[in-house]
Design a protein around this ligand. Sequence first.
Ligand SMILES: [Zn+2]
Ligand SMILES: [Zn+2]
Length: 363
Amino acid sequence: MPKSIRAAVCAGHGAAPVIETLLLDDPLPDEMIITVKAAAICHTDLGISEWSDSPRVFGHEGAGIVLQTGSAIEKFQVGDRVAATFGFCGQCRNCKDAHPAYCFDNINLNIEGQRARPALSRPDGEIIGGAFFQQSTFASHALVTERNAIAIPETLDFVTAAPLGCGIQTGAGAIINNFSATAGRPLLVIGCGAVGLSAIMAAKIIGCAPIIASDIHSHRTALATQYGADMIVDSADIEFAAKIIAATNGGVSYALDTAGSQQTFETAMACLHPGGNLGILTIPGAFEDSVPHPGGLPFMTTTMTGIIEGDSVPDQFIPWLIEQHQQGRLPYDELITTFPFEDIANAFDAQRSGAAIKPVLTF
Ligand SMILES: [Zn+2]
Ligand SMILES: [Zn+2]
């Protein structure tokens, strides 16, 4: 029987989330219902809410307690504490080859929220878009699959657990999994939000050197320094690339562009030494009028990587991130600002304006 829940519905075209009562479908055999205890907000929630033209419930960094399990669930029991991450099919070539973030069905399962039956509806029967990243956790309760739920230890509170599911693993995973970064190699991170700062923390763990950071906000570059950046370059500096090439004796091995504008994309490319790896998180200029020029990748840049969830195998990588956090090497919890679920519209604004680096809703 569908369950009555409270959920934050975004009407579409960037409309602010409004909390209302919805019905949540019964779990399919490989799904379970969790009682959401915390849900972090990521840039993707805002970006897709602006792009969508129908009412949907977002939220893809949720954490909570298993309330009900589908008939085929083997990994979890009612009462287990879990963090939810991105969805993947588990069957395609990339899923079987330990690259579930590059699941052939990624867009359908995550951005589109595809599910065998609609997950959410209004009491009058109107379908509301659910299963965003196979979770839609801006709600009191959510359906997650067994694959995208990760057990978390008793020693980790839900607020700290929530951002692991996307932002933190994307930043840290970019360095560790996508780049396979090694000690002593120089790294540039453009954009010091939750993803960029997590990348810097991970680069510090690995021993990349020097770690160079840039952001248009000085309070964020101050955080970059606090978490391991050796050098800050002003994003408006017209000698940006020249200074970095000089400081690294030829350019950086890895450049992570978390900002995603045409300008930051070109700047990041210009800072790489031959054979360097450029990591991008969005299509450059995707939300601008400009179009990336197809010849933009120089011949000598051997790799450009689309960073999706840091190429994480969540069952293995999230426990590793928790271990690093608990040993004090990944203090991403310091980036969190909590908001009561009822204040979700303010939390969206704080994420959009940059006033909060990682807003987390509490229930
Ligand atoms: Zn797959
Ligand atoms: Zn995200």
